[in-house]
Design a protein around this ligand. Structure first.
Ligand code: NOJ
Length: 563
């Protein structure tokens, strides 16, 4: 079972711009985070993943870094950062940085030099190509709409950007770039940070010969990102990073790797690979997309059978060979309770059920800020209320193509990243207690009801349920290390599974819908021998001998001793 602290931990993700503003400018900051550390300590989380806080012109909320060794002025200073790290360590919590190694900001001094002339010594820090037939070098499409190529009139060549044009991709074929990045990673480690989430790491290598390598799979509606995702050389580069830098520190690493299944993930996280501890997989994030290739915006209903298939595959393939990072939400995704639960009629039970699901799987559970109080998607009426570059580009492109406004806005209401980026709802006062000023993006109007102040006080709140889940993880090794087995594979409403470690076994029963399906005790489980560890409904002691009806979104976790 190869015990590790990062397997036993629970991670809480902070999106700093929207977490807590300490100085009234409407933008979250590091002092704001410090002021809320007691809240996080009370929740019981071990690791805090802080999304990028480096100097940045903020075209993509910090994922466009203009100085890796400085702090974004809106967030504070390096002294504030050192203070944050000290305060976290004093509370026994660890800090995981979010590091963007695939690209920088167009304002990074490297890029400013690189674009200045074809013979600048830093020209080759980025990826420059000549155009073809009066257009870009190839047909690759960016994650944020349009071509990945931007023509720079100064030298009449195109530079590559997989994301926005303000995020030029670094050239990992240049050994000088690699050395500089290694040096910088080490600089943060020497400061005492406890880990990294490596942004977009699957994309640091692009298909060779790509000026002429058109993407063969592309159709007008299907984008395929295979030309620059998870290519073999990524592993060589990660192993170099590990051997030269990461190996010397007791840290935790997680890579953002879209576009792979568990077998391929083992190349990153397999024991003995010397690369990463875990990766974020995206298969379940595409369950409600018309097809994985069509991008995320064409929304279709998701199916529980598909969810079971995907998650079970990750659970079983990685068991004893690698490690999972389990999540339902982050700063790029809709709110989990709005997407997989029921934020209209069963917000509280469904949020608790989803939390039970993630925390009872094998792998490290991730909580995204506000998820622990059941924050929901927003539904702004006008595009003017949205701030996210991906959303704004999508809107513009669709309008240009004549798609009706209502259709675009409906996709945005379901899928915009701003759903998860509205300010954290601390209380029912001005701006949800996030700022004394005007927030950079509107607060969800439901903060009067949904807020941390209410949640902390209410023993039946989602927050206090998370607290219990986290406490259980600390108590029972079977929750961390037990092997997973799916029950009722074909059931369309109930997701049930067991986790087994030595002589202990968990039985996890989850109703994913607002229906009341009948659950039959599986063979080998004697209800009288089971201890109920947690449930989102009150449970009586008398079990029905053979079966019982689950209530809407009901979750139960039982422990059987001496299997
Ligand atoms: C993935 C990050 O999670 C997302 O927020 C960002 O826009 C892109 N990578 C580009 O850095």
């Amino acid at each position: 079972m190869n015990p590790k602290w990062w397997k036993e931990s629970v991670v809480y993700q902070i999106y700093p711009i929207s977490f807590m503003d300490s100085n009234g400018d409407g933008i979250g900051d590091l002092q704001g985070i410090i002021s809320r550390l007691d809240y996080l300590q009370d929740l019981g989380v071990d690791v805090i993943w802080v999304c990028p806080i480096y100097k940045s012109p903020n075209h993509d909320n910090g994922y466009d870094i203009s100085d890796y060794c400085d702090i974004m002025k809106e967030f504070g200073t390096m002294d504030d950062f050192d203070h944050l790290l000290r305060e976290m360590h004093a509370r026994g919590m660890k800090l995981m940085m979010d590091l963007v190694l695939n690209h920088t900001s167009h304002e990074h001094p490297w890029f400013v030099e690189s674009r200045s002339s074809k013979d600048n010594p830093k020209r080759d820090y980025y990826i420059w190509r000549k155009g073809k037939n009066g257009g870009p070098p190839n047909n690759w499409e960016s994650y944020f709409s349009g071509s990945v190529w931007e023509l720079d009139p100064r030298t009449d060549e195109y530079y590559l950007h997989l994301y926005s044009k303000y995020q030029p991709d670094l050239n990992w074929e240049n050994p000088v770039v690699i050395d500089k990045l290694h040096e910088m990673v080490e600089w943060w480690l020497k400061k005492g940070v406890d880990g990294f989430r490596f942004d977009a790491i699957a994309h640091i290598v692009k298909t060779k010969g790509y000026p002429d390598a058109d993407n063969p799979n592309r159709t007008p509606t299907v984008r395929a990102y295979g030309m620059f995702s998870n290519l073999e050389d990524v592993h060589t580069l990660l192993q170099n990073l590990y051997d030269n830098v990461l190996y010397f520190y007791d840290i935790m690493t997680v890579g953002e790797t879209s576009g792979l299944g568990p077998e391929q993930a083992l190349d990153y996280v397999g024991d003995g690979r010397r690369e990463l501890n875990m990766t974020f997989q995206f298969e379940h994030m595409f369950l409600d997309a018309a097809s994985p290739g069509s991008g995320k915006w064409d929304v279709v209903p998701w199916s529980l059978l598909e969810l079971k298939k995907i998650m079970s595959n990750w659970q079983t393939v990685l068991h004893d060979r690698g490690w999972n990072a389990n999540y339902l939400c982050n700063h790029d995704q809709p709110r989990s309770v709005s997407r997989f639960g029921n934020d209209l009629f069963y917000r509280i039970p469904s949020a608790k059920m989803l939390a039970t699901f993630i925390h009872m799987l094998e792998g490290t559970p991730y909580i995204y800020q506000g998820e622990e109080i059941g924050m929901t998607n927003v539904c702004f009426d006008s595009i003017d209320e949205y701030r996210d570059v991906e959303t704004l580009n999508y809107y513009e492109e669709k309008r240009k193509n004549g798609v009706p406004e209502e259709q675009i806005m409906s996709a945005i209401h379901h899928k915009s990243r701003d759903n998860a980026r509205t300010p954290m709802q601390w209380d029912d006062g001005h701006a949800g207690g996030f700022t004394t000023g005007t927030p950079w993006i509107k607060v969800n109007s439901n903060h009067m009801e949904i807020n941390a102040g209410n949640a902390v006080k209410d023993p039946d709140s989602i927050y206090n349920y998370y607290k219990q889940l986290i406490a259980l993880r600390k108590k029972y090794k079977v929750i961390v290390y037990g092997s997973y087995e799916l029950l009722l594979a074909e059931h369309t409403e109930i997701y049930a599974y067991t986790r087994t470690l030595e002589d202990q076994r968990l039985l996890v029963i989850l109703n994913f819908f607002d229906t009341e399906p009948e659950f039959e005790w599986p063979a080998g489980f004697d209800p009288d021998q089971l201890e109920l560890l947690i449930s989102n409904y009150p449970q009586s002691k008398d079990h029905d001998i053979r079966s019982f009806k689950l209530r809407p979104y009901e979750a139960r976790v039982y422990l059987q001793q001496r299997v």
